[in-house]
Ligand binder design. Structure first.
Ligand SMILES: [Zn+2]
Length: 195
């Protein structure tokens, strides 16, 4: 980091310090990273806008966790599972064009209702197509439906294969084959979901 001159004594240089500090929220105590600068002559402590932002993000992430809300990292993972860009997520879930950038960097805490909607979209397959339709996102709706159909077809294909394998032979060899089919099917569905 670039060292700058101390604004207090105008002689010393500001040294960037990465420390830990106790934080308390909702009855929970936690050691959080604390970034600041200290003058090597007069000892004054200041924080650059970047350091302040860093500290604020750590605090917001901690508060989200205590309040039982999705943290920024969890929202990134959830959005990627749904196969959405930040802009698409904002169109579907609301919150304005930069909402997801802010939630994901822990600059802003999502509302409780936004948090619930995100969890529902992640857990209930019917939510995403409905939101895409409401938002008038035809291309996205098409893609979501296609990936759901492919997932259903995979499931149907596998259950047929399993049935045939069970009908023709019940030997250990076939059990092994069934196992492989189930594994490859779930791997295929994982890929489809990410879309
Ligand atoms: Zn100084």
């Amino acid at each position: 980091m670039k060292q700058s001159v101390c604004p207090i004594c105008e002689q010393g240089r500001l040294i960037a310090i990465e420390d830990m500090d106790d934080a308390e929220y909702g009855g929970v105590r936690r050691r959080l990273p604390l970034h600041y600068s200290e003058c090597d002559v007069c000892g004054s402590e200041t924080a650059t806008p970047e350091q302040t932002r860093h500290n604020k993000r750590a605090m917001i992430a901690f508060k989200k966790e205590v309040d039982g809300l999705l943290t920024g990292q969890e929202i990134v993972a959830l959005r990627k599972r749904l196969g959405l860009t930040q802009a698409q997520a904002a169109k579907l879930f609301g919150g304005g064009p930069v909402a997801f950038s802010k939630y994901e960097k822990d600059d802003v805490t999502q509302s409780e209702s936004m948090d619930k909607l995100l969890r529902m979209a992640d857990q209930i397959p019917a939510v995403m197509p409905s939101l895409a339709k409401q938002a008038g996102e035809d291309q996205l709706l098409l893609r979501i439906n296609e990936s759901r159909i492919r997932a259903l077809e995979t499931r149907r294909y596998v259950s047929n294969e399993l049935k045939q394998a069970g009908d023709s032979n019940a030997s250990c060899k076939h059990h092994a084959q069934q196992f492989k089919l189930i594994k490859s099917a779930s791997a295929m569905e994982d890929t489809l979901d990410v879309g």
